[in-house]
Design a protein around this ligand. Structure first.
Ligand code: GTR
Length: 435
């Protein structure tokens, strides 16, 4: 059992000084009921001019890494204030308790469950980390860390996995009713979590249920991690404070804090991964926490890897209207106004450099704009190249079922919005560059 205290750091505090005097605009009812017609026609993509990743000083700098440091902080600050929202800087306490360890997968794997308890003066929040590592490993292993959508028990049909007691979304395939998880849901999402493939490749897998960090509902930030920091609750007067994506990302960092204490995990080789809204989350976690050795965004789309200015498929207005709690209040001023954004998503991907980055799309997932995701990764390559690392090798959006794996990776899987074994087979190749 171990306790760690974390506090406010001076660098972090400076992030919160600049508050833009913009009004917090929630979508008026008339806008919410407006019918949204997504554009899926490339010829209808508006003309747009992207903000540059490198400013003039950085572009011309002889000492690129140190010039990039300054430019990167600037970009990170703008993404924080205008899109994801700031995290609190007040103290909290962390308690890590191993609640279970056993062999699994016919002796090939070791399963561990850890209770990560976050506490402040306002309360405590337990989050359960589920970890699989290969039993045969002779030392700590590189490990994927990704949040799951429906509870740890849904990732494998294993009766020992603890059922979450948090709010869950009602869902038939996951046998969740009245916002409660049930035994019948065990293993219902196992196709998305190929534990054995990872174990057989000498890799670890760690996950936690995202709703334990913050339930994914527009609840005015009254529960989950937001409730532990009442002085940092987002409001009309504080439109730059953390939305749910920033909260989930912050939670990923706390899970990494715990993983740093676990002997079987090589904490210097933890790859943060996420699908869809959790792909947006993994990108922000990788950007804000440099301890993540690499980042994977699977079908992250709008607010993730896709360029907002293309307004192809899901748009800023649509995402802010359907999910008003995901981003900070300031982001709503860009509804139907992408051209005014001081940032775009290629810059978010660049924040991950020089650490390896993987952007993945699916051919039938037009809502997430595969071309916009590809272009973003291609453009972010500029920074990797300045670090004398290879950028994305592809010149154009590839044919379905093509993967280009390197420091900057991209693939287009044939099929719909999902994460499956083909995606994971590529991620296994990708993580090998860390080994
Ligand atoms: C959709 C949303 C997407 C994506 C997806 C998901 O409804 O529009 O941005 O995040 O949900 O997370 O499954």
């Amino acid at each position: 059992m171990k306790t760690f205290l974390r506090g406010c750091s001076a660098q972090l505090c400076t992030l919160f000084v600049v508050l833009l005097a913009t009004s917090f605009t929630t979508c008026p009812c008339s806008a919410q009921s407006e019918k949204f017609v997504a554009n899926y026609d490339e010829s209808q993509v508006p003309d747009y001019e992207l903000p540059p990743i490198l400013d003039e000083v950085t572009a011309q700098a002889d000492d690129f890494p140190s010039a990039w440091d300054a430019r990167r902080s600037q970009l990170l600050q703008t993404f924080t204030e205008q899109m994801f929202g700031s995290v609190p800087t007040s103290e909290f306490e962390l308690l890590f308790e191993k609640v279970e360890q056993a062999h699994c997968l016919a002796g090939k794997g070791i399963r561990q469950q850890w209770k990560v308890t976050i506490s402040t003066e306002s309360g405590t929040l337990p989050v359960t980390l589920l970890l699989y590592t290969p039993a045969q490993a002779t030392g700590p292993v590189p490990t994927f860390l990704g949040l799951n959508f429906h509870g740890n028990h849904t990732i494998a049909a294993d009766p020992e996995i603890l059922l979450t007691e948090s709010w869950v979304r009602d869902s038939k395939p996951q046998s969740a009713t009245n916002h409660q998880a049930s035994d019948e849901g065990r293993g219902s999402s196992s196709s998305r979590w190929p534990i054995e493939l990872l174990i057989d490749n000498g890799l670890g897998l760690a996950t936690a249920y995202y709703g334990e960090i913050d339930p994914d509902t527009d609840d005015q930030f009254e529960n989950g991690i937001h409730a532990l920091f009442p002085d940092h609750r987002p409001s009309a007067e504080a439109p730059d404070r953390w939305g749910s994506i920033a909260a989930w990302s912050w939670g990923l960092s706390r899970l990494l804090d715990c993983m740093e204490q676990i002997d079987q995990v090589d904490a210097s080789k933890v790859v943060v991964i996420g699908h869809s809204r959790l792909g947006k989350t993994s990108l922000w976690a990788g950007a804000t926490d440099p301890r993540f050795a690499a980042t994977i965004s699977n079908d992250s789309g709008c607010g993730g890897a896709a360029l907002s200015r293309r307004a192809f498929g899901e748009t800023v207005w649509r995402i802010n209207t359907s999910f008003p709690h995901w981003f900070c209040g300031n982001f709503k001023q860009y509804n139907r106004n992408e051209a005014a954004l001081p940032i775009d998503q290629h810059q978010l991907l660049a924040l991950l450099a020089p650490r390896p980055l993987y952007v993945a799309s699916a051919s039938e997932d037009q809502w997430a704009d595969p071309r916009g995701e590809f272009l973003s990764a291609k453009l972010a390559s500029e920074v990797y190249e300045r670090f004398e690392l290879p950028g994305l090798a592809l010149q154009d959006l590839p044919k379905p079922n093509t993967a280009s794996i390197g420091v900057v990776s991209y693939h287009l899987r044939e099929g719909t919005h999902n994460i499956d074994s083909w995606d994971w087979t590529n991620y296994v190749q990708f993580i090998k560059q860390l080994q």
